[in-house]
Design a protein around this ligand. Structure first.
Ligand code: URA
Length: 236
């Protein structure tokens, strides 16, 4: 997108817009190797080399935040030695290098936040924020209340008790149950391990909310950009 040269220099943190005008007048700014002194020139910084005092001006990378409805069968790493599909391949026309915030198993579906903002990703993942993640799990059999209470209170997994969880039975079928579970920890395959520990294997798993940010009706494999308001919801 074309923008005024002064604005590009200011946004890149070189100087203020007013100062930029002075620098341009004094011949300190070049485009594609040629000094420009013309005022108000509009150029596309993605297609031209802009230099200030002979040094390239790099525009600060725009931060983007995405909510993807991850389908099963995609890995959340940025490359996979086994050649399985990676989640970033579902993003179209995004030139910035975005990465998933945290992980979802290959066979888990649902809400995955992706961004190029390392700082925000660290905050979201930091255990001190205890951000709730809500999943819908289809499990084998019909776990009774006593077993579910074990998960609610916390259960020993690999020598360490899990934090209390919130559980709600959504549906019981002939040989399976659909249960909503909310946890704030992020141990590897935690939900699967928790249900396995009470003897009920997880058959399907979908994350439906990240903090107060809900997946809603976003179709499988599709994504949407998150607004500032959405980002706040993650921490609410
Ligand atoms: N818990 C799991 O078991 N798997 C996931 O992908 C996420 C949470």
């Amino acid at each position: 997108m074309k923008e005024r040269l002064q604005k590009i220099l200011a946004r890149a943190g070189v100087c203020s817009r007013r100062k930029a005008e002075e620098h341009i007048k004094k011949g300190r700014v070049a485009i594609d190797g040629r000094i420009v002194t013309e005022m108000g020139l509009k150029i596309d910084p993605d297609h031209h080399l802009i230099e200030f005092n002979s040094k390239p001006v790099s525009s600060p990378e725009e931060k983007i935040y995405i909510l993807l409805n991850k389908p099963s069968g995609y890995v959340t790493t940025l490359n996979d030695p086994q050649g399985r599909p990676i989640v970033t391949s579902l993003l179209k026309k995004i030139s910035s290098r975005v990465f998933p915030v945290g992980r979802l198993d290959l066979d888990t579906e649902g809400a995955l936040i992706m961004t190029n903002d390392g700082e925000l990703a660290q905050r979201i993942l930091h255990p001190s924020f205890e951000i709730n993640k809500t999943y819908v799990a289809k499990v084998a059999g019909r776990p009774n209340q006593m077993k579910l209470q074990q998960l609610t209170r916390g259960i020993e997994l690999e020598g360490r008790k899990t934090s209390p969880a919130r559980l709600k039975i959504l549906n019981t079928e002939a040989s399976t149950s659909t249960i909503e579970i909310t946890i704030h920890e992020g141990r590897k395959r935690q939900v699967r391990k928790m249900f396995a520990a009470i003897g009920h294997r997880v058959l399907e798993l979908k994350r439906i909310a990240y903090g107060g940010l809900k997946l809603g009706s976003l179709p499988k494999g599709k994504y949407r950009f998150l607004s500032k308001k959405d980002l706040k919801k993650i921490f609410s």
